[in-house]
Write a protein that binds this ligand. Structure first.
Ligand SMILES: Cc1cc2nc3c(=O)[nH]c(=O)nc-3n(C[C@H](O)[C@H](O)[C@H](O)COP(=O)(O)OP(=O)(O)OC[C@H]3O[C@@H](n4cnc5c(N)ncnc54)[C@H](O)[C@@H]3O)c2cc1C
Length: 811
């Protein structure tokens, strides 16, 4: 066994084998995989091993396409052929119009990744899968590339290819300890000796937290028992003359594929069970949980009704095994939060289909610091302090019970809520607030017009349209109040704080006390990494001179990791998170200054406190830090209040606001207004796949200011010209907003992708942002949007269709 290597991958299931293989493909061949037992002795050996192309965003579709291509190549290797039934096709069924509309949107989205799904009616479903009944069926989504693979052969093929490239695999070598050294390298202790390495990767499947504990980490991953059975031969299949396509049924919660001349049927029953919550028997190796077909009787009935041929088929094998879940159903693939040189590829619930792609994206992150796609939807840092196994188990049960029912726009399911609240949450609930969830925080989405209000979940505009319009109208003409909890706030102190920020931001960083600036951080490839405000607070009785770095709630762990990683050891820079200590109250609208002046002493006139100012004060008697910044495009103030004083500040503002027509507003109204100002959202419009010029952030880049992270890459990229340009668009439809991922078309050619969309209530425009081919980025260019299967005209418009000279927010 080697005593030193570059990377140790722990775990020899599909996740570990794929990571090892892809590290060698990226050129790192001094790498090792250690496996406690034999390869594939965790979940992988008994997987139903279906390989599908479907995903609900472009990253998922792209990584699955990579799996499919890789598995085809491996299967075609004459030296080590493997069984891969590629291209049997597959159908996701639907019995509601909302599901069909979703499929049409996903087909539009996938087209941008050169993946061609088809939305078909019930008769066509039955024609392609002759065993199904069309009872209670509207149609489905056809995925032509679906198939299944032999999981053990796949892992052996990946390990073999990695070994041929120089990697080593040590079987029967349990990892029993992990030690990190001062220089951030690791020693991996195994039962057969130690291995020193630069980087460790946790790929331990359902044992993820046994290995996580060795490095003091608690991963939000929980396991569920999951069952399928194999039938005896079914004559209709034997005689069909072609293989049956895969089937996924959100109506009766089962999936199925052909296995020899019979079927493999897997179930997602309502009475599902978590597994291994109180520890896992160390001897659970190549093992299964006891069968329990009674538990799936609810879904069995539906499966029999959908495929009557099953009634005649005997069952010859039942498989019940653990499968891992996370809080949102997507795996955790990337850097482990708060750790250096430590990565994970865990929580895979469809690991056979996805594993090839996940290993590919992880290896890129390890070797290059970033992958070719924005991997936020997989990033372990997307969950923060609220994430634990207890919460994950609740979400896993909910997810399992809804396995094939994707979330509709604005759908937030109830399990595991509320996770993070403030003192205002029950107060706002009593005011009729409907909440959305942002990084675990319950955040006001909109105020319901009456307590029984329940809008239809849909890809179209729905009954929330009018209440949101009313909130916007009040902000536009009077003043609105909104709570933004969980906003990421990092206090930066120390003499080198500005020099440090100068190195991280690609533009000018204001150093003036009492001033606020907005800026962008790039990665080493010159791509957009983060967006943040920098507010300079002079020394006061509340603390020394300091910067408040503010960014999106979801970026809490992400941004802190980035700042810490890029702080030099000799720099006088101290970072302290205030995210969970403070909450923002937003006061927005032309009368917001009047409200503020009525409850906070001081001169709030435009001359004394202009746009982009920051000042400490008291709101009523609650200590507060006020910033004159606006995401709505109206005159607005962010009022940062320590959580113990939040209710007090809220009461002061509400009382002061009474005579100015103050009303509450929520995140949906903010989203509508920010679209009208062409203000961008992190991880919707701002992603690591594009540089700041492509993203339209030219005015925030100062190449001449000297060195900053990403500058060299940007200089080189600049010479190539943009690949895409982010533009604001006006859509000619009143049916629904544009949905992220939807394809922009010229004829049959995809020329762009939507990043966000919402109705602009002040302008009366259906607005969207999208990355388009640079030749189509001129104002006035006409494009078409594939809007849930319908072609809709889209026109590139000038930025900020509402108040283009920004006079209202500077008022
Ligand atoms: C019944 C069932 C059906 C499924 N069907 C499908 C399907 O059709 N399609 C699909 O895509 N997915 C399917 N899945 C899911 C898929 O099988 C899993 O997502 C995938 O196998 C997970 O692989 P993994 O490598 O993450 O975990 P595992 O396969 O569990 O591998 C983890 C490895 O880590 C090793 N390990 C643990 N601790 C240590 C240690 N201390 N030291 C060294 N090694 C250690 C383990 O021994 C194990 O080999 C199914 C799952 C189940 C249960």
């Amino acid at each position: 066994m080697k005593s030193r290597t570059k990377v140790v991958v722990i775990g020899g299931g599909i996740a570990g084998c794929s990571t090892l293989y892809h590290l060698t493909q990226e050129g790192w061949t001094d790498v090792v995989l250690v496996e406690r037992d034999e390869l594939t002795s965790g979940t992988t050996w008994h997987s139903a091993a279906q390989v599908t192309n479907f995903g609900t965003n472009q990253t998922m579709v792209g990584l699955k396409s990579h799996s499919i291509k890789l598995y085809q190549d491996l299967a075609a290797n004459p030296d080590y052929p493997i069984n891969y039934h590629h291209g049997d096709g597959g159908i996701r069924l639907a019995n509601t119009e909302a599901q069909m509309q979703g499929y049409r949107h996903f087909a539009s989205m996938a087209r941008g990744m050169d993946v061609h799904f088809e939305v078909i009616d019930a008769e066509e479903c039955a024609r392609r899968h002759p065993l199904i009944s069309t009872e209670n069926l509207i149609g489905g989504l056809w995925d032509p590339l679906d198939g299944d693979i032999d999981p053990a052969q796949l892992c052996q093929a990946l390990a073999r290819a990695a070994r041929l490239a120089g990697a080593e695999v040590y079987r029967n070598t349990p990892v029993v300890g992990l030690t990190q050294h001062k220089d951030d390298t690791w020693t991996v202790q195994t039962e057969h000796g130690d291995i020193d390495c630069d980087i460790v990767v946790n790929a331990c499947g359902y044992r993820v937290n046994e290995v996580g504990a060795l490095m003091g980490v608690h991963h939000p991953v929980a396991s569920m028992e999951h069952q399928y059975f194999l039938t005896e031969e079914i004559p209709a299949i034997r005689d069909a003359g072609h293989r049956m396509p895969l089937l996924r049924c959100p109506i009766s919660d089962f999936y199925c594929r052909q296995e020899k001349n019979g079927l493999l049927l897997g179930f997602y029953e309502q009475g599902c069970k978590t597994w291994g919550m109180d520890g896992i028997d160390p001897n659970f190796v190549n093992a299964l949980c006891p069968d329990d077909l009674d538990r799936v009787s609810d879904v069995l009935e539906g499966a029999f009704a959908r495929m009557p041929a099953l009634l005649e088929a005997g069952i010859h094998t039942i498989v019940n095994g653990p499968i891992t879940y996370t809080i949102d159903g997507a795996p955790l693939v990337g850097p482990i939060p708060g750790k250096r040189n430590a990565f994970c590829i865990i929580g895979l619930r469809a690991g056979l289909g996805e594993g090839g792609g996940h290993g590919w994206l992880l290896a890129q992150q390890i070797v290059h610091g970033e992958a070719c796609y924005d991997t936020w939807c997989l990033d372990p840092r997307r969950f923060t302090g609220h994430a634990n196994v207890e919460l994950t188990a609740l979400k896993a049960v909910e997810d399992y019970q809804n396995e094939f029912r994707f979330h509709l726009p604005h759908e937030h399911r109830p399990a595991g809520r509320p996770a993070k609240t403030t003192a205002l949450t029950p107060v706002l609930a009593a005011e009729g607030a409907e909440f959305t969830v942002v990084n675990g925080w319950e955040r006001v989405d909109y105020i319901k017009p009456d307590p029984s209000f329940e809008p239809t979940l849909s890809f179209d505009f729905d009954e929330t349209f009018d209440p949101i319009a009313a909130e916007v109208a009040n902000v536009q003409s009077n003043v609105g109040l909104s709570e933004v909890n969980g906003f990421n706030r990092i206090e930066i102190t120390g003499a080198d704080r500005h020099a440090f920020l100068d190195r991280l931001f690609c533009g000018a960083v204001t150093r003036r006390d009492g001033r606020v600036g907005l800026g962008y951080l790039l990665n080493h490839h010159g791509m957009v990494k983060a967006e943040a405000t920098v507010a300079n607070l002079p020394a006061s009785d509340r603390g020394p001179a300091r910067v408040w770095y503010g960014s999106a709630a979801a970026s809490e762990f992400h941004d802190m990791d980035w700042l810490k990683q890029n702080r030099h050891p000799d720099e006088d820079v101290h970072l302290r998170s205030l995210t969970n200590d403070c909450t923002i109250l937003i006061l927005a609208g032309p009368k917001s200054r009047d409200v503020l002046a009525s409850c906070a002493r001081g001169d709030w006139s435009p001359a004394a406190f202009p746009w982009l100012s920051v000042r400490e004060c008291f709101v009523g008697f609650a200590p507060a830090t006020v910033m004159a910044v606006s995401f709505s495009g109206e005159l607005a103030y962010e009022i940062h209040v320590p959580n113990p004083s939040l209710y007090s500040a809220y009461l002061a503002l509400r009382r002061a606001g009474e005579r100015f027509g103050l009303k509450l507003f929520g995140a949906r109204a903010i989203d509508s207004m920010r679209m009208e100002k062409t203000f961008l959202h992190w991880k919707a419009d701002l992603i690591t796949e594009f540089d700041p010029f492509e993203t339209g952030l030219n005015r925030f880049v100062r190449l001449e200011k000297g060195d900053f992270i990403g500058r060299d890459a940007l200089l080189n990229r600049d010479a190539d010209g943009p690949r895409r340009k982010l533009v604001p668009l006006r859509l000619e439809t009143g049916q629904g907003p544009a949905h992220a991922g939807a394809s922009l078309m010229m004829g049959d050619t995809v020329v762009g992708t939507i990043t966000s969309g919402e109705w602009g209530h002040r302008t009366g425009l259906n607005l969207a942002h999208g990355f388009v081919d640079p030749s189509l980025a001129e104002i006035g260019c006409k494009i078409e949007l594939d809007h849930c299967g319908k072609r809709v005209n889209a026109t590139v418009i000038a930025p900020s269709p509402y108040d283009p000279d920004h006079s209202r927010l500077r008022a």
